[in-house]
Design a protein around this ligand. Sequence first.
Ligand code: ATP
Ligand code: MG
Length: 370
Amino acid sequence: MRVESISFKNYRNLAELTLEPCEGVNIIYGNNAQGKTNIIEALWLFCGGHSFRTQSYRELIAFDKSFAHLECAFFGQERRQTASITIEPAKRLIKINGVEKKTSAALIEKFCAVVFSPENLSLIKRGPAERRNFIDSAICREKLRNALTLQRYNRLLKQRNALLKDIPKNEALRPTLDLWDEQLSTLGAEIVTQRLEFTRMISEKAAVYHRGISRGSEELSLRYVSSFGASENDSRAELKQKFLEKCKANYQNEIFTGSTASGAHRDDIEILINGKNSRFFASQGQQRSAVLSLKLAEASVLRERMGEDPVILFDDVLSELDNDRQDYLLNELKGCQVFITCCEKSNKEQLNEGKVFYVEGGEVTELRVE
Ligand code: ATP
Ligand code: MG
């Protein structure tokens, strides 16, 4: 998969411009606050319409404008395609190959990227939701079906929680819980099956990348920690059964607290470095290297599952890495289309082949690579 061109209009500080990247490494270089991350964020929107920085569409539109418009020509599924996103404060309009789509989910399975941004560093240290999101985001980019299942699961969960709160006021509602549990456990089992598979694949590949990045001194692995006793070899039917049993065992307590105590929404993915939980022990450098290994592994798993390379978006990834690690990274990315932002002049000089774009005040100039 590769981007052939991307045009911006009124997108944050990018007033009107078109970028024509190369197939390989594209360095986006410039001082702070010039628009580098804005470019990466816009590219990421084509994966499914969500920003990695904000949930508010208004923020994406240039301060004094009423809409923003993005157009992307890309090569994917063995053909040239186009997609456009028009962002208004309260809605978005998506077109793929000129055809209007109802929701931005239509972009899933069309365009695929992997992003690393400084926000991702919280993956290691924050709570389980960040790590579930990491795996969920990957399974949702792979298949639209997974995104829809997750959406339905979250909707059902909210309804079940509302019911739990209503039961103390109206005992006649209690038997209806069974109906919700049946549906919730079916969807939950489907999600956890996909998560277990992805976690296993990402763990295997991340271990290899991390050995490279840490020059063999660290072992990285992932472990899925289930709130309802799910284990890697369980079939979907077994997962559903375990989920249901846990719901039944928790009824009394759940009615008291008004929330669903276990299930896919309470699971965690432990990230272990040399067998120790990195959440509690990882240093700054270890966190950065571990997240990088996970992102490289994510790209590699998506490539394997989808049959083509995702576009790699690396925002500010080089800044705290020493030269050897920077070289390792740039070499590992060969074969994919890559966008890397940086502030350091030296980074663009490390590049032998590719394009360099200089960003200043929302204007982009292509620099010659000598
Ligand atoms: P850094 O190196 O510090 O990460 P950057 O080049 O990645 O900087 P961006 O995050 O892309 O910078 O932001 C560039 C500028 O975009 C900021 O100065 C910000 O004020 C501006 N900006 C953000 N949102 C909007 C908006 N809606 N309208 C106009 N400008 C905006
Ligand atoms: Mg930035």
